[in-house]
Design a protein around this ligand. Structure first.
Ligand code: MRU
Length: 339
C-alpha cells in the first residue's frame, strides 16, 4: 500500500517527504504556507499535479489569518516552481473560490471554502487519472513492455498516476505490463520513486541509467514509451522532466509509440508552442553531487535545466481523462479545453 502523498490532518498538512524515499517513509507536517512553499522548492513534494494540490492546501493553512494573508500565500506559492502549470491552475481555482466569500463573512468561512476546494482538486485529480488510465490502457498490447522516465505516478498526483496510471489501469484490465524505468538524473526520481512505487504494487520493473535507453530500444522489444507532463502548449508541445525529449527522439528512430499522459489541468492554451514554456533551472549542486557522497569541484561550470520540451511531432498521442488526443493536436486540445 502506498502512503498518502498529501493529506489534511486536523489543522495541518501532511506531505510524504519524497526526498527521503526509498530509504525512509517520513512525513512533513506543515502549519504554514511558507513550509509548503519550501517543501515544493526542495522537491519534498513534486510532480505537476501534486504540486498544485499541495499549494491549494498551503493557501488553506493561511486563511484563518484573513483574506490578505491568504492572498500573500498565493503569491508566495506561485513563485516556487515555474514549469508545472498545474500549480498556477490550482492557485487560480482557489483564488476564484475565495472571491465567492463575502468580505464580512466570519474567518472560518474562507477557511472552509478553500479547504473544500483543495480537497476537490485532489479528488478530481484521482478520478481524472483513473479515467485517463483507462483511455491509455486501451492503447497498450495485451502483453507489453514499456519505458517510462521520471515519476508520473501516484507519488506525483492525487493518486493512481498519469503515466503509471496507464500502466496500473492496463493491469486492472487484465494486461501484462513490464516496465523499464530510467533513473532520471540528477535527482533520480525514476530510480528512487518510480521503481519503489511500482515495486510496492508488485509490478515487474527494471531500472536503467538514462544513457542506456538507446541500447535498450535497439536490443529489446519496447512496445511504448509513456511519460507524464508538466505543461502542454496549445499545439501539443510538451514540457516534462529533462531527458524526456531524448526518449522521444529515440522512440521516433526505432518506430516505438511515444505517449504523453496528462490531465487537462496540465494544458496551457495561452501558449501557442513549447518555445514559450518557462523551463526551471535548478542549483548546480544537484549535478555536482556525486553518488555515494562527495562533490565535483566548485569551479566546474554546470547547466541544470529541470525540464525539456518534446515537439508535438514526436508524440503519438496525448492521453487525457476525456480520451486520447491524436495528431494534429491543436484541434483536439482546443475542443477538449473549451467544453
Ligand atoms: O521535478 P519533478 O520531480 O517535479 O518533475 C516531475 C515530472 O517531470 C513529471 O513527469 C511530471 O510532473 C508529471 S507528474 C504526473
Amino acid at each position: 500500500m502506498l502512503p498518502q502523498v498529501v493529506s489534511w490532518e486536523g489543522n495541518r498538512l501532511s506531505l510524504l517527504d519524497q526526498r527521503r524515499l526509498p530509504s525512509c517513509v517520513e512525513f512533513l507536517k506543515c502549519e504554514a504556507a511558507e513550509e509548503v512553499a519550501v517543501a515544493i522548492e526542495t522537491l519534498a513534494v513534486r510532480g505537476a499535479p501534486a504540486i498544485g494540490i499541495a499549494a491549494a492546501f498551503g493557501v488553506a493553512l493561511e486563511t484563518r489569518g484573513g483574506r490578505a494573508e491568504a492572498l500573500r500565500a498565493v503569491q508566495r506559492l506561485a513563485v516556487t516552481r515555474p514549469t508545472a502549470v498545474n500549480l498556477f491552475w490550482a492557485l487560480r481555482r482557489v483564488e476564484e473560490r475565495m472571491k465567492t466569500v463575502p468580505e464580512d463573512a466570519p474567518g472560518d468561512a474562507l477557511f472552509s471554502v478553500v479547504l473544500e476546494e483543495a480537497k476537490t482538486i485532489q479528488r478530481e485529480d484521482l478520478e481524472g487519472n483513473r479515467a485517463l488510465g483507462r483511455a491509455g490502457a486501451a492503447l497498450l498490447p495485451d502483453d507489453c513492455t514499456v519505458l517510462t522516465h521520471c515519476n508520473a505516478g501516484a507519488l506525483a498526483t492525487g493518486g493512481h498516476g498519469t503515466a503509471l496510471g496507464v500502466i496500473r489501469s492496463a493491469r486492472e484490465a487484465g494486461k501484462t505490463v513490464r516496465v523499464y524505468a530510467c533513473e532520471t538524473r540528477p535527482l533520480l526520481q525514476g530510480a528512487r520513486l518510480t521503481v519503489w512505487e511500482l515495486m510496492q504494487d508488485g509490478f515487474d520493473v527494471t531500472l536503467l541509467c538514462d544513457n542506456m535507453a538507446a541500447s535498450l530500444m535497439k536490443s529489446r522489444r519496447i512496445d511504448a514509451v509513456i511519460v507524464g507532463a508538466d505543461r502542454i502548449a496549445a499545439n501539443g508541445d510538451t514540457a516534462n522532466k529533462i531527458g524526456t525529449y531524448s526518449h522521444a527522439l529515440l522512440a521516433k528512430h526505432f518506430g516505438i509509440p511515444f505517449y504523453v499522459a496528462a490531465p487537462l489541468s496540465t494544458f496551457d492554451a495561452s501558449l501557442s508552442s513549447g518555445e514559450d514554456i518557462p523551463i526551471e533551472e535548478r542549483a548546480a549542486d544537484e549535478v555536482r553531487k556525486l553518488p555515494g557522497g562527495g562533490m565535483l569541484p566548485e569551479e566546474y561550470s554546470i547547466w541544470n535545466p529541470a525540464f525539456d520540451v518534446t515537439d508535438a511531432s514526436l508524440i503519438s498521442a496525448i492521453i487525457t481523462e476525456k480520451s486520447a488526443i491524436v495528431p494534429p493536436f491543436a484541434e483536439g486540445i482546443a475542443s477538449f479545453l473549451s467544453k
